[in-house]
Design a protein around this ligand. Structure first.
Ligand SMILES: *Cc1c(COP(=O)(O)O)cnc(C)c1O
Length: 220
């Protein structure tokens, strides 16, 4: 089942789009099935759950943290996390830098932007991001690499609204790319699109989609 769904998805999505298999709440067996079907990138939104799964599964897996990350928990995932999608404050970015340094590595991150018309979704505003990126303190962070942006659209059936929100994120990426990351060729990730809206996200320029239920089935 899981392998069939993955194969079908891989046939549907363009080659330049990375598929993150969002395995939160799912048992290890489901992740093993996906791994055996060739999936290597998994996304989790709870630190403890991600650490437990990392311990039990093959080390080739690239673990993406896609949830709201509390600063006091960064230390638990700093040694192995592949990409942190949800950086939504300067304080969090500084803590990630500190823990990366302790582990003698660089951690890749995405800046999360608030693009939805909902109060419950986290993220930076464009102005906040610019202020941060302009600061000398930001320039001194040597153990984090900002790889791009991430955002979540409003949960709605209004296709045009979702299109508008995703195209807004694409535009933020373009502007930051020009203004701050001109010489950094790997500022190339636009993480947008979930099971319900990934097709729209790809049309709007997504390079990374995060799919849970369309691979593993509904969550409890
Ligand atoms: C749960 C989650 C997803 C996956 O959601 P599905 O609708 O199951 O595809 C993607 N991104 C984030 C940030 C999530 O928390």
């Amino acid at each position: 089942m899981i392998s069939e769904k993955l194969n079908k998805l891989h046939n549907d999505i363009p080659e330049n789009v990375t598929l993150v298999a969002v395995s939160k709440t799912k048992p290890i067996e489901d992740l093993k099935d996906a791994f055996e079907a060739g999936q290597r990138v998994f996304g989790e939104n709870k630190v403890q759950e991600m650490c437990a799964k990392w311990e039990h599964l093959p080390k080739e897996i690239e673990w993406h943290f896609i949830g709201h990350l509390q600063r006091n928990k960064v230390k638990y995932l700093a040694s192995f996390v592949g990409l942190i999608h949800g950086v939504e404050s300067f304080r969090l970015l500084k803590e990630i830098n500190k823990q990366a340094k302790k582990n003698d590595r660089t951690i890749d991150v995405l800046l999360q932007f608030f693009i939805a018309n909902e109060e419950t979704k986290f993220g930076l505003s464009f102005e906040e991001a610019k202020t941060m990126l302009q600061s000398d303190e930001f320039k001194s962070l040597d153990n984090v690499c900002i790889r791009g942006v991430m955002g979540m659209a409003t949960f709605t059936d209004e296709k045009e609204q979702i299109q508008r929100e995703f195209s807004g994120l694409k535009k933020i990426h373009q502007e930051l790319s020009t203004d701050f990351f001109n010489e950094q060729t790997n500022f190339d990730v636009i993480s947008m699109g979930m099971s319900g809206d990934y097709k729209i996200a790809i049309e709007q320029g997504s390079t990374m989609i995060r799919l849970g239920s369309s691979i593993f089935g509904k969550r409890n």
